[in-house]
Design a binder for this molecule. Structure first.
Ligand code: CAA
Length: 286
């Protein structure tokens, strides 16, 4: 028997970066005990800072009381030891988008965590089936793809691998809903629903700028006012991180061919270290 939502009290999160800390935060805000693990103490501390900033934003907007923010923070325990996830009822992995690293983590989790626990991955483009293949619980591996910024974005994509059990997919939907999110489901095809469609949109925005169709501001304004999205493609690329966009685009290109080729300027910017908001320069200055 696999653990279900009824038997879930403690959630493990692997990775304390933008996505991992966001997932830890929404889980704690929903009342779960959380163990947030990263490889270095400084990454765990930085994850806590991100969470505190985000909780402060909710408090200053009067969307959350100070007491509830403090209580959420108290529910999160930080660690650098994967063995500390052993008493979690479900684990969500949100480490870097690198198949080898994810497979190493899943092989270690498979050893460290009881066999009835579901292991989810927040991967945005990598194959759930390939990640699951290194474990002895392939039916219990599922994609739980949160959107950035996790505390604000309502949607979560549930990705079903070749061997994922139907009950495990249902558990993933129920868990995300319990964290206050709405879900949709995708088969384990490159980029799933969101990035398969989003990455070509972003790359086309970059190409349009590089080929002189319009200024950066007008490309973003055109798409924002013209199609009623909150951010245009260049702004959104900066928000996501250009390195993340390039990684996702390269995976799609590799798997789906030339129509997914990343824009030349995206590569040039990543090579120059201009990764968007996080480095202070992307398509815009921050
Ligand atoms: N924590 C808590 N609250 C936050 C927050 C955070 N980290 N970031 C923003 N907010 C809140 C603010 O408090 C604010 O609340 P009010 O509306 O009550 O004022 C609201 O969100 C908007 O914040 P701001 O005014 O500061 O900023 P904004 O209006 O520019 O909105 C945004 C920010 C929510 C990010 C919005 O621009 C947006 O929705 N952009 C699109 C984001 C998107 O598409 N994300 C998905 C990317 S794809 C992905 O993640 C998947 C992948 O695999 C790559």
């Amino acid at each position: 028997m696999v653990r279900t939502l009824d038997s879930t009290e403690r959630i493990g999160v692997v990775g304390a970066g933008t996505m991992g800390s966001g997932i830890a935060q929404v889980a704690a805000q929903a009342g779960y005990d959380v163990v947030m693990r990263d490889v270095e103490t400084e990454f765990v501390e930085s994850g806590f800072e991100t969470i505190e900033d985000s909780l402060d934003r909710f408090v200053s907007k009067e969307k959350l009381s100070e007491a509830d923010a403090d209580a959420a923070l108290d529910r999160i325990e930080g660690t650098t030891d994967l063995a500390d996830l052993a008493d979690c009822d479900v684990v969500v992995e949100a480490a870097v988008e690198d198949m080898e690293i994810k497979q190493d983590i899943f092989a270690d989790l498979d050893e460290a965590v009881p066999e009835d626990v579901v292991l989810a991955t927040n991967t945005s483009t990598l194959s759930i089936t390939t990640i699951a293949s290194v474990t002895d619980r392939e039916a219990q591996i599922v994609g739980l793809h949160f959107m950035n910024p996790v505390p604000v974005m309502k949607g979560v994509e549930v990705v079903v691998g070749e061997k994922t059990d139907e009950a495990v997919a249902e558990f993933a939907h129920a868990l995300a809903e319990d964290l206050g999110k709405e879900t949709w489901e995708s088969d384990d095809k490159p980029g799933f629903v969101t990035n398969r469609i989003l990455m070509p949109w972003i790359n086309e925005g970059i190409r349009a700028y590089d080929e002189g169709v319009a200024s950066k501001a007008d490309i973003d304004k055109g798409m924002k006012l013209g199609t009623n999205v909150p951010m245009g493609p260049l702004e959104l690329a900066d928000h996501i991180g250009l390195d993340i966009c390039l990684d996702a685009s390269e995976t799609l290109h590799e798997e789906l061919g030339d129509r997914y080729k990343p824009a030349y300027l995206l590569k040039r910017k990543v090579d120059a270290g201009d990764l968007g908001k996080k480095t202070g320069t992307g398509f815009y200055e921050y």
